[in-house]
Write a protein that binds this ligand. Sequence first.
Ligand SMILES: Cc1cc2nc3c(=O)[nH]c(=O)nc-3n(C[C@H](O)[C@H](O)[C@H](O)COP(=O)(O)OP(=O)(O)OC[C@H]3O[C@@H](n4cnc5c(N)ncnc54)[C@H](O)[C@@H]3O)c2cc1C
Length: 315
Amino acid sequence: MPESYDLLIIGGGVSGFSAAMYAGRLKMKMLVIAAVRGGTIITTNDIANWPGIKQTDGTTLAKNIEEHALEYGSVKALDDKVVEAEKAGEGFRLKTEGGKEFEGRTLLFATGTEWRKLKVEGEEKYSGNGVHYCALCDGYAYKDKVVGVVGGSDSAAKEAVLLTQWAKKVYIIYRREEIHPEPVNMTRVKNKIEEDKIEVISNANVTEIKGGERSMTHAVLDREYNGSKELELDGLFVEIGHIPNSELAKGIGVETDEKGYIIINRASETNVEGAYAAGDVSNTGFKQAITGASEGVHAAYSAYEYLKGKEVRPA
Ligand SMILES: Cc1cc2nc3c(=O)[nH]c(=O)nc-3n(C[C@H](O)[C@H](O)[C@H](O)COP(=O)(O)OP(=O)(O)OC[C@H]3O[C@@H](n4cnc5c(N)ncnc54)[C@H](O)[C@@H]3O)c2cc1C
C-alpha cells in the first residue's frame, strides 16, 4: 500500500514550503516532494522585498522557510521527482522517479517554471560551455571576460548587474527599444553603463551561437552592432522568461491558460476538487516569492477546509 497523506505538495520552492509551514500549523499529515529544494529563489543573491527582512539572499530565505515548515512534526520532505500523477478515488496518487508511490487526499502543485530557451542553433551545443541560464550559479567562471545577457526584464537586469562582479563587460541584448526592470534595478544598470561595465544593445535578437569545439565565441545578431552582426562573447546568459511546469496537473484535468499556467482562484483552488496550485506555476500576474508564499498558504488553508467538508469560496 502506498503511504497516504492529507496533503501532497509537488515542489520544494518558496510556495511549496510556505504551504507546508501552514499545513503543519493545521496539523495536516503531509509530504513535500522536491526535485530541487529551494527552487528558483536560490538562483539570486539579492532579495530586498521580503517583508521584515531588508536584505538577504535566496538560499538563506529558502532554507529558513524550509526549516520553519519542518519544525512541525506532521511535515515531511522527500528529494525526488514526481513523474506521474493520477486521480485515485476521491484523492490523488503520485509516482516518483525513485520508484515511490504516494496517495494524497488533496494535492498542491507548486512546481514553478523552467527557463525559456532561445531555440537557436548552437544553444544546446554550448549549453554549460558558454550558454547559461543562471548568473549566480555560473557567472563566477567569467572573471575578466565579456558576456551577454539576453532579455529586458527585471530578472535580466539583475543578472547583468550581478555579472559585472566578475565580467569586465556585459552586453544586455534586448529585442525591443527599452529594457524594463524595476526602478531600483534600472538605476543600478544605469550606474554600470556610466562605469562602462554594461552596454545595452536594443532592437536585436540572437539568431545563432557560434564557437569552436568546446566553447562559444560569438552570438550572431539579426542586426549590425558596431559594424558587425557577430558579437564576440565568452558567455551568454539567457533570461527571457519561463515555461510553467504544469504537465502533471494537465494530466489530471487541471485547466491552464493559453500559456500553460494553472488557473486558480483567490483561494488557490483549481477546477479539480482537492487540487490546488501556488506560485510561479499559477496564472496570477505578479510572480514573486512573497506572492507565491501567500498562494501556498491559501492553498494549505483551502485543503484544510476541504477536508473538513466545508465550502471554500473565493474571497
Ligand atoms: C534571477 C531571479 C531573481 C529573482 N529575484 C527575486 C526577488 O528579489 N524577490 C522575489 O520575491 N522574487 C524574485 N524572483 C522570483 C522568485 O524566485 C519566484 O517567484 C519564486 O522563487 C517562485 O517560487 P515557486 O515555489 O512558486 O517555484 P520554484 O521556486 O520554481 O519551485 C518549484 C519547485 O518545484 C519542483 N518541481 C517541479 N517539477 C517537479 C516534479 N515533477 N517533481 C518534484 N518537484 C518538482 C522544483 O524542483 C522546485 O523545488 C527572482 C527570480 C529570478 C529568476
